[in-house]
Design a protein. Structure first.
Length: 459
């Protein structure tokens, strides 16, 4: 049988070639010289392609890079790979669109490298993508089906400055088989069924000291995170990926400073809606299951019962203001962002350290009026003050750079300490909370001053 071109062979495999085409192509191929194949890549072949995703402070869960694993190290000998050498296409929801490649470099692991000079020889090629691309999202209401959703094609040879071929371009594209999300992947998944049969899904981060030595005498703080109404679902994922309320407490640098268990429960669908104001963590079934879960967890893990912390945003903060008065001696401190609640119960929690924050122009949970007839944070803080708590207040822009934001937080904390106050209230100036005035929490969990304050509290 006479030879056929590689292109025709691929077309045959796709089932789109006709008999006459095959005959004509085979005849022409017999008279043509065999095409020269490019020199073998020093790094090839490619073994595996992985998407790298990240939970962002403000724009949720995004695909931020692709990592291609090669059989051998990629050695550039001082060379730089231009972003134009690779094309990346995302196929999501029946639509195919290009992603913007921003940086390409080798690495020793399937992870991004923030250093400007990234490029140390390694078996992974990292293709960074613009997180602001319109099709960068990794989830809607539920996680998107990302496996094999991305196609990556090399369109230009990668060579050393001396001309040596490192990676050869070609017509074939690879697709991702894996998806990794740093920190999120360190949470185990589980569920808890309470004494009435009601079930709560949860994700759990366990500190490395406990994992290495589960029988040691060390006891760790427990951070319980209460998600917002938008994360009510049955996926046991979006309470971690819709915002950084949980993952920020589990990231390596935070765990080195404050090793702790992080428990992130998720309210299931359909929304129970039995609560007094139609919200979720106030629903009696949900609240009872959450309390049982915390009690059960503290008896089965080495938790420091004097250092259990509540952290919540939006309806999660509403849950905090509903839960604390019912269990005023369980929690050491709380962080509550953009919440609302009942002023009449504030007298029961004057002794609990709280750092609350809220955007003044929040249209979803109004700063003063709140929701469902229950007042917002400003009104609750006034009620707490009237009940005898000393409140230290501050106001600044929510879009300040991290260093300036933390400097303002530190100054507020210093004022509170001088005044003997353990309740702090930060208001964000109208027009300064990016994306949406309701998303006041973006800087809360990145704020080392606030987190250090939280872990300093004990019951």
């Amino acid at each position: 049988m006479r030879g056929i071109t590689r292109r025709t062979a691929l077309t045959i495999a796709a089932g789109t070639v006709t008999a006459s085409t095959l005959s004509d192509t085979a005849t022409a191929a017999a008279d043509a010289p065999a095409p020269r194949r490019p020199a073998a890549s020093g790094a090839g072949p490619a073994l595996r392609t992985t998407l790298v995703t990240r939970v962002m402070p403000r724009n949720n869960w995004r695909v931020t890079a692709v990592a291609i694993h090669y059989a051998n190290p990629i050695v550039l000998r001082g060379g730089v790979i231009p972003p134009s050498a690779f094309q990346v296409t995302a196929d999501l929801g029946g639509q195919s669109a290009a992603r913007t490649v921003t940086r390409v470099y080798p690495n020793t692991a399937a992870s991004t490298n923030a250093l400007p000079g990234a490029g140390r020889p390694g078996r992974y090629l990292i293709i960074e993508l613009d997180p602001d691309d319109a099709n960068a999202q990794a989830s809607g209401t539920d996680p998107l089906p990302l496996h094999r959703a991305y196609a990556i094609r090399q369109v230009a040879d990668v060579r050393t400055p001396g001309g040596g071929l490192v990676l050869a371009a070609g017509p074939l594209a690879t697709r991702n088989d894996d998806v990794i999300t740093p920190v999120v992947d360190d949470f185990t998944a589980g569920s808890f069924t309470d004494s009435t049969g009601f079930e709560l899904a949860f994700r759990l981060y366990q500190p490395q000291g406990f994992v290495r030595s589960p029988g040691a005498a060390t006891r760790y703080p427990l951070v319980v995170t209460l998600h917002g109404g938008g994360e009510v679902a049955d996926n046991n994922m979006t309470q971690l990926t819709a915002n950084r309320i949980a993952v920020t407490f589990a990231k390596p640098e935070r765990q080195r400073r404050h090793p702790a268990f992080v428990l992130a429960p998720q309210i299931p669908l359909p929304r129970p809606m039995d609560g007094p104001d139609g919200t979720d963590w106030t629903d009696p079934k949900v609240r009872a299951a959450l309390v049982e879960l915390i009690d059960t967890f503290t008896t089965q893990r080495p938790v420091d019962a004097d250092r259990i912390y509540l952290v919540g945003l939006s309806s999660g903060a509403r849950g905090i203001f509903n839960l604390l008065p019912r269990h005023p001696h369980t929690f050491a401190a709380a962080l509550a962002t953009a919440g609302w609640g009942g002023p009449s119960t504030m007298g029961r929690i004057t002794h609990i350290p709280i750092w609350a924050d809220h955007s003044i122009d929040d249209p979803v949970v109004p700063y003063r009026e709140g929701r469902f007839g229950k007042p917002g944070t400003w009104t609750l803080m006034n009620a707490l003050e009237s009940a005898g708590a000393r409140i230290t207040r501050g106001e600044w822009a929510n879009d300040l750079p991290k260093a300036k934001f933390e400097a303002r937080s530190r100054a507020l904390l210093n004022r509170a300490r001088r005044a003997g106050s353990h309740v702090l209230f930060t208001s964000y100036t109208p027009g300064t909370t990016p994306v949406s005035p309701h998303f006041a929490w973006a800087q809360t969990y990145e704020n080392d001053v606030v987190i250090d304050w939280l872990f300093d509290q004990s019951r």
